[in-house]
Design a protein around this ligand. Structure first.
Ligand SMILES: Nc1ncnc2c1ncn2[C@@H]1O[C@H](COP(=O)(O)OP(=O)(O)OP(=O)(O)O)[C@@H](O)[C@H]1O
Length: 595
């Protein structure tokens, strides 16, 4: 990135930060700006009073009288310095109030956008990288307001000191300006290198961080230990850490070169400032008293310049991360589920017409084109081998993804143009990977629905899936927290979690109930309980159950067999089992292995 462009990015980053801060608390922003102006005024008064007192103190005269005459100016300088320090303290307080609010607002935006994005976005590998970069942007948000405050403070203080220096002698301003250029450029170049390193290692860091979860979560701790996976995984993780580290280390010599050049040039220019001042005094072009005041002003200006350079570079640097945040917000905002405004009701009929789905980036369709009709009152079992496309079909039918070819209609309404939230309000889904929500039993049962149901309703929901006894034995019944690892609550078994997920879906009384292998972790009692509960309310809804169990398929009104993303058979259990087709072969295979 050219340096000019980099320097132009600083005001842009400053403006973005101020806009962000303004959106969360405008009074605090006004407080910061007001206090900085007040601190600047304090510095101006201090410098003027110091200059006045120096003139008196350096002038010839009776020492006692001189001190008396200089005293008022010195008192004014002390009072102005105190007032300036007070204003800076208030600015600091206001910034500390702004920081968490900004970070909180950004965090909320980020999480909300993830939850609202089309599922296809997650299949784009760049999306995860951008999401990580945005998270880093949020992490840096706290530093951003500090940078912005320090930078504006530097600008105000510098403007004041530079004005005083110009009044004292115009040439001092030019020399002062020269002394900051090398450090400013050095700071900006170092910030750019830092960010290049960050960008170059984003992918490796994302992979490392994703794997970190796998290595540290208690969910996988048993599998990892008992199968002696640790040594291999440790080496794998170590390799990824070294890759991230390597990128950072490779940049170290560049940092050193840039820092050294900037320091040497900056030092030469600063020496030039002091030499100019000495030259002016020695040649009689500036009185010693004025030179004394210039020293004080130059020191103040030097400090302000230092802040300007340091925090300008920091703002540029953190501003780049903020760009990452804004890039993700724009990208995820564009990928928000926004299909149409037509609200749909509980479907009487779902019709797939030559519907197909191709995953982003895939060459061939994962599913379809296929045609299929599901009707209210029917329980349909969806069977097929691993990878046949059953879960993908579930996503199409529930409007989680829209067909990439053909149409999926609910009572004639094309889901591609329907209001997605209205579709999902009619759905009760138990996916293959259920969430073990770290909430209470009560919240787990009612999650996704408005209002606060009475206990009786929730106990009934628990009873339906055989979870009432287990919940009754818990220390706080429905209010038991199911998050042992987090806050010392209670922990459920895998099968109990699955029962709870089925209970939640049934408690929604949905127009479309979809269960993707809902009994995979259930005991014999659960295997009876859950399908029976599913059948109970089947008259009022469409029910689709993905299953590998033939006894569950037998309970269904219809069996749909999927292979290679296509419907290869569709009919009653007995009819298909006795025909010489794919389902009969599945039955024969199941009988052979005793399932
Ligand atoms: N995000 C993705 N990108 C590309 N291909 C995918 C993606 N997710 C799944 N697939 C592929 O789509 C195919 C169908 O997957 P799907 O999960 O629908 O199968 P399934 O019938 O539910 O299998 P199982 O019985 O094993 O759960 C598989 O070949 C899988 O590799």
């Amino acid at each position: 990135m050219p340096l000019g462009l980099m320097l132009r990015r600083i005001p842009a980053a400053l403006a973005r930060t101020v806009r962000l801060a303004w959106s969360v608390d405008r009074w605090m922003v006004l407080a910061v700006l007001g206090c900085q102006l007040a601190a600047g005024a304090g510095t101006a008064v201090t410098l003027a009073a110091v200059a006045r007192s120096m003139e008196v103190l350096f002038g010839a005269g009776d020492p006692a009288r001189t001190v008396r005459e200089a005293a008022p100016a010195l008192l004014v300088a002390a009072a102005a310095t105190g007032a300036g320090a007070g204003a800076r303290l208030i600015a600091e307080w206001a910034t500390r109030r702004l920081n968490p609010k900004i970070a909180g607002a950004m965090e909320l935006t980020l999480v909300d956008l993830h939850m609202r994005a089309e599922l296809a976005a997650f299949d784009d590998p760049g999306f995860t990288d951008r999401s990580r970069a945005a998270e880093t942007g949020v992490g840096r948000a706290m530093a951003l307001t500090e940078d912005a405050k320090a930078l504006t403070e530097g600008v105000v203080q510098l403007a004041v000191a530079a004005s005083v220096l110009t009044v004292l002698h115009p040439s001092l301003l030019a020399v002062l300006a020269l002394s900051v250029v090398p450090r400013a450029v050095g700071g900006a170049v170092a910030a750019r290198i830092d960010h290049q390193v960050f960008e170059a290692s984003t992918s490796a860091r994302t992979t490392r961080d994703v794997m970190r979860w796998f290595l540290t979560t208690p969910d996988l701790a048993d599998e990892l230990r008992a199968n002696t996976m640790r040594p291999y995984l440790y080496r794998w993780y170590q390799g990824m850490c070294e890759r991230v580290e390597g990128r950072t280390l490779a940049a170290a010599p560049r940092f050193l070169r840039v820092g050294a050049v900037a320091a040497v040039l900056g030092g030469v220019c600063t020496a030039g400032l002091w030499a100019t001042l000495a030259g002016l005094v020695l040649t009689g072009r500036m009185p010693a008293a004025t030179a004394g005041a210039a020293v004080v002003a130059a020191q103040g200006a030097g400090r302000a310049l230092g802040n300007l350079v340091r925090y300008g570079a920091a703002l540029f640097h953190d501003g780049l991360y903020l760009d990452g945040y804004h890039r993700f917000v724009a990208d995820a905002g564009a990928r928000r589920v926004r299909r149409g405004t037509r609200a749909v009701a509980a479907p009487r009929e779902i019709r797939l017409e030559a519907a197909g789905y191709t995953h982003p980036g895939a060459e061939r369709p994962t599913l379809g084109p296929l045609s299929l009709t599901l009707r209210r009152g029917e329980v349909v079992a969806l069977v097929g081998g691993n990878g046949a496309g059953k879960s993908t079909l579930v996503r199409l039918v529930t409007g989680l993804v829209t067909a990439t070819s053909g149409t999926v209609r609910w009572d004639g309404a094309d889901l591609a143009g329907a209001d997605a939230e209205s579709v999902w309000r009619q759905v009760g889904l138990v996916p293959q990977n259920i969430g073990r929500w770290p909430l209470t039993v009560r919240e787990n049962l009612h999650l996704g629905q408005e209002g606060t149901p009475g206990d009786e309703v929730l106990w009934r929901a628990a009873r339906r899936v055989g979870m009432d006894e287990a919940a009754g034995r818990m220390p706080h019944g429905l209010d038991t927290l199911l998050a042992r690892a987090l806050w010392g609550g209670h922990e459920l078994s895998g099968g109990q979690w699955q029962r709870l997920a089925c209970g939640r879906a049934l408690h929604r009384a949905p127009g479309l109930l979809v269960l993707d292998e809902p009994t995979s972790a259930l005991d014999a009692a659960g295997e009876q309980h859950v399908p029976a509960a599913v059948r109970e309310g089947a008259r009022e809804r469409i029910t689709l159950m993905v299953t590998h169990r033939l006894d569950h398929a037998r309970l269904a009104d219809r069996v749909v067999v999927l292979a290679g993303g296509r419907v290869v058979e569709d009919g009653g259990f007995a009819e298909l089992a006795s025909a010489d087709g794919p389902f009969a072969r599945i039955c024969a295979e199941a009988a052979r292995v005793g399932r």
